[in-house]
Design a protein around this ligand. Structure first.
Ligand code: PGA
Length: 253
């Protein structure tokens, strides 16, 4: 039986400088010290594009990979001032990419554009972390399931490689707010995401589905009982190596 990996994925957003390689060093050390634990888990550092190449030379543990946080949809280079495509990110050392984050959706990334970005990222063999989730209003109006279903249907299709696509359920009302969903609701939503994904991509294998939104070293123990969750996308709490490492330690306590 193959053990399903748990993913602890860092989303640094627009934070981080070269001097933060110290954070990478501490995570390297943690991985080395906890070799046994790491057989079943993986860390992915989705950092600003300016740091990918630099950090790639700092990582010393095979349990850590690098990722980007968005890209231009064009596969080819072109006159797109200020943009970076999946090919450039892969060339810098990225193996993963976050797409469809609500912070990018709020700046104009719609499902159609996100689908194009997924296609060009898969073309460059990147693992895609597709973010989906509802606003507080949509939740109050009981639209959670229809919103996430629509996001999945419009951004995925059966031609895509299922092994390369992860889904991160990130309710917008929980990002950076210290609010997290009720465990019962979360289980139901994660199961729903897996079911819908399998229908769209036409696979039997369960996809990797992450939870993201205000995950920290205190509330992580709430989630450890939910076997359906395959990992976490961690924003604010991942900018400190201590807080991030404590999340992993407390998950396994
Ligand atoms: P947060 O962000 O952990 O700070 O809520 C999560 C995210 O935006 O991916």
């Amino acid at each position: 039986m193959t053990i399903k990996l748990k993913y602890f994925i860092v989303n640094w957003k627009m934070f981080g400088h070269f001097s933060d390689y110290k954070i990478v060093n501490r995570i390297n050390d943690f991985c080395k010290k906890s070799q046994k634990l790491f057989k079943t888990k993986k860390i992915v550092l989705c950092v600003p594009n300016t740091l990918i190449y630099y950090f790639n030379n700092k990582i010393t543990s095979k349990y850590i990979s690098l990722g980007a946080q968005n890209c231009h949809h064009s596969k080819k280079n072109g006159p797109f001032t200020g943009s970076v495509n999946a090919s450039m990110l892969q060339n810098s050392g990225a193996e993963f990419i976050i797409l469809g984050h609500s912070e990018n959706r709020s700046e104009g990334d719609n499902n159609k554009l996100i689908k194009q970005k997924i296609i060009s990222s898969l073309d460059k063999k990147l693992h895609v972390i597709l973010c989906i989730g509802e606003t507080l209003n949509q939740k109050r109006n009981k639209k959670t399931f229809s919103i996430i279903k629509n996001q999945l249907i419009k951004s995925l299709d059966k031609k895509m490689n299922p092994k390369k696509i992860f889904i991160a359920y990130e309710p917008i009302w929980s990002i950076g707010t210290n609010k997290v969903p009720k465990i019962k609701d979360l289980i139901e939503i994660i199961k729903f995401v897996k079911k819908e994904y399998k229908k769209i991509i036409k696979v039997k294998l369960n996809p990797t589905v992450l939870y993201g939104g205000s995950v920290n070293h205190k509330n992580i123990s709430l989630f450890s009982s939910i076997s359906e969750i395959d990992g976490f996308l961690i924003g604010g709490a991942s900018q400190s190596s201590k807080k991030f490492i404590d999340i992993i330690k407390n998950y396994y306590k």
